[in-house]
Design a protein. Sequence first.
Length: 234
Amino acid sequence: MCGRINVSDHPGVQILMDYLDLPIYPDNFTPRFNIAPGATLYAAFVNNNTPETAQMQWGIIPAWAKPDKFDKPLINARAETVWDKPSFRNLIKSQRVIIPINGFYEWRREDKQKTPFYIHAKQQNAMALAGLYQISKQGELECCVVTTSANQFMNKVHHRMPVILTPEAMKDWLLSKDQSCLNALMNPCDENFLQLNQVSAYVNNAANEGEKCVETINDVEETPANLQHGLEFK
């Protein structure tokens, strides 16, 4: 998936979580425009058949992994192989999460040049990413994002994209035990759902924060039509 996430609009995210009758953030919520892997994300999951929320670290090290087997935590799970991969095949059965965000970043690579884009929903202030979670050996909650092949619009920047759930599909993702139902949810979102905006290299540094991260240089319609191949989706 993208290497960075924006969760800066608390009211927008809360409206999304209202579909699950869940509060998502504490009163002292701090906007974060440039969340990188290894940081914490708020996520909704099911505990005793009831949705609830918790902070989870973005990135999974499988419980069975031998020391030094993984150079980096797994931040993505491919929808096409999630039922088969040892890292995810048990998690997809019952340990699914929704990660509410305002948007994410992706980088287009041309030779040695990387161009960042901010991707968000056109008609609403937040969107729900499908994810998986586990409890680590240390007892910490960890999550990753499920990705799928890009729709035609997103493919202008990258050939992969996160699985984005409609509000109506969120409960099914959390509660369903039907594999065919879950597979049907792990598809690219509608072509008209997303807006892509080119942003500055300021966002490249994970230490940089604030509204400057999402300031638009160009929307994608004003950039060359043959944009291909980003960086982070896997």
